[in-house]
Design a protein around this ligand. Structure first.
Ligand code: ACO
Length: 330
C-alpha cells in the first residue's frame, strides 16, 4: 500500500473495578452458572460504580491510549466516540470525554451504530485521515450497558457488562494501519434489538416506565442467527477491500457477544479457533468496547505485535455489522 494511511499509534482500555459473577446473578435471578457458561461462555462481567458514566470510562481509556502513543491531548485533531449509552441523550459523550482530559476544544461527536459503533468510528477516522482532513483522531468506544439492562430479565441481564477502549489513529505513509473496511446496516432487523422508549417514537412518560420500556429488549435467537452469518460476511468484505485473504490474518478479534457465536463464525470461515481472540469469560458483552478490550489483552499476551495483520469484526443493533483489517502498529 502506498500513499497516505491511518495507523494505530496507541491503544488504551478501561474496565470498572466492580466484578459481578455468575454466582452473584444466581442470587438475583432464576439462572445458574452452568446455564450462563454453557450458553454464552461468560463467567463474570464488570459493572460501573456510583458516579461512573460512559464519559468517565471513556476518558480513562483515552488517557491510556494517548500515553501509549506518547502524545499530549493537544496533538489530537478530532474526537469520535462510539456509544449507545452516552451520559445523556445529548450533548455528545465525545465532548464530555474530551472535557475530562482537560484539553483544548476540538471537533467531537458520537457515532451510534449498536455494538458495531467502534468499527464504524474507526472507518470514519481512517477516511478523514486518508482524505487529508486531519492528522490524528482519537477513536473512543464506551458503553455502560448496565444502565439499560433490565435486571429482572434473565434472558438479557446475564449477557452484558461495562467497559471502554480507545485508539489514536494518525497519518502514516508506510504499509501499516487500516488496510480495508466493510460496513453495513439492515434496518429490517432493527426491532430485534432495541430500547423502545425515550426517543421521538415513544417519549418518556409514566406508562413507559411502568412497562419497563426504557430497558433493552432483544430477540436473542434471531440475533444469534444473524451474527453467525454477519461476522464471516464482514470479515470477507474487509479482506476484499484490503486485497488480502484469510491466510494473511495473524489474528481475528471479533465482538465478544457469545462464545458460541465466535465458534460458529470460525467454523463458517474454516479458520481454527486459535486464530481468534476470546476474552468474553471475564467481561461479558461490553458492546462497542469489546473489541478494544480484546485487542489490549491480545497485545498484553504477545498475540498481537507490531506488523501483525488483525481483523476486527462486529455486529449489533441496527442491525449493523462491519469489519476492518489492520496492520498493527505505527
Ligand atoms: N438462565 C437460565 N435460563 C435461561 C436464561 C438464563 N439467564 N435465559 C433464558 N433462559 C431459558 C429460556 O427461558 C428458555 O427456556 P424454555 O426453553 O423453558 O423456554 C431456555 O433458557 C432456552 O432459551 P434460548 O433463548 O433458546 O437460549 P439460547 O441457547 O438461544 O441462548 C442467548 C440465549 C444466550 C441470548 C443467545 O440467543 C444469544 O447469545 N443470542 C445473541 C445475543 C447477542 O449476541 N446479543 C447482542 C448482539 S449486539 C450487542 O452486542 C448489543
Amino acid at each position: 500500500m502506498s500513499g497516505r494511511s491511518a495507523v494505530v499509534a496507541g491503544l488504551g482500555v478501561y474496565a470498572p473495578e466492580r466484578v459481578l459473577s455468575n454466582g452473584d446473578l444466581e442470587q438475583m435471578l432464576d439462572t445458574s452458572d452452568d446455564w450462563i457458561v454453557s450458553r454464552t461462555g461468560i463467567r463474570e462481567r464488570r459493572i460501573a460504580g456510583p458516579g461512573e458514566t460512559a464519559s468517565s470510562l471513556g476518558a480513562h481509556a483515552a488517557r491510556r491510549a494517548l500515553d501509549d502513543a506518547a502524545l499530549e491531548p493537544s496533538a489530537i485533531d478530532m474526537v469520535i466516540c462510539a456509544t449507545n449509552t452516552g451520559d445523556t441523550p445529548f450533548p455528545c459523550t465525545a465532548g464530555r470525554v474530551w472535557l475530562r482530559l482537560d484539553a483544548p476544544p476540538r471537533p467531537a461527536f458520537d457515532v451510534q451504530a449498536g455494538c458495531t459503533g467502534w468499527v464504524y468510528a474507526l472507518e470514519l477516522g481512517r477516511a478523514l485521515i486518508v482524505a487529508g482532513a486531519v492528522e490524528r483522531v482519537l477513536v473512543v468506544a464506551t458503553d455502560v450497558l448496565s444502565s439499560i439492562v433490565d435486571w429482572e430479565d434473565r434472558s438479557t441481564a446475564v449477557l452484558f457488562g461495562d467497559g471502554a477502549g480507545a485508539v489514536v489513529l494518525e497519518a502514516g505513509t508506510g504499509d501499516r494501519g487500516v488496510l480495508g473496511s466493510y460496513l453495513n446496516c439492515d434496518g429490517v432487523g432493527g426491532p430485534l434489538l432495541m430500547l423502545p422508549a425515550g426517543g421521538s417514537a415513544m417519549p418518556a412518560n409514566q406508562e413507559t416506565i411502568v412497562r419497563r420500556q426504557h430497558y433493552m429488549k432483544m430477540a436473542g435467537n434471531d440475533v444469534f442467527r444473524f451474527a453467525v452469518r454477519a461476522l464471516p460476511e464482514a470479515i470477507a468484505g474487509a479482506l476484499e477491500a484490503a486485497q488480502l485473504s484469510l491466510a494473511d490474518l495473524d489474528l481475528v478479534v471479533p465482538h465478544q457477544a457469545n462464545a458460541r457465536i465466535i465458534e460458529a463464525a470460525a467454523r463458517r470461515l474454516g479458520l481454527d479457533l486459535d486464530r481468534f481472540m476470546v476474552n468474553i469469560e471475564r467481561y461479558g458483552n461490553t458492546s462497542v468496547a469489546s473489541i478494544p478490550l480484546a485487542l489490549a489483552e491480545a497485545r498484553d499476551e504477545g498475540r498481537l505485535k507490531a506488523g501483525d495483520v488483525v481483523a476486527v469484526a462486529a455486529f449489533g443493533a441496527g442491525l449493523t455489522w462491519g469489519a476492518a483489517v489492520v496492520r498493527w502498529g505505527r
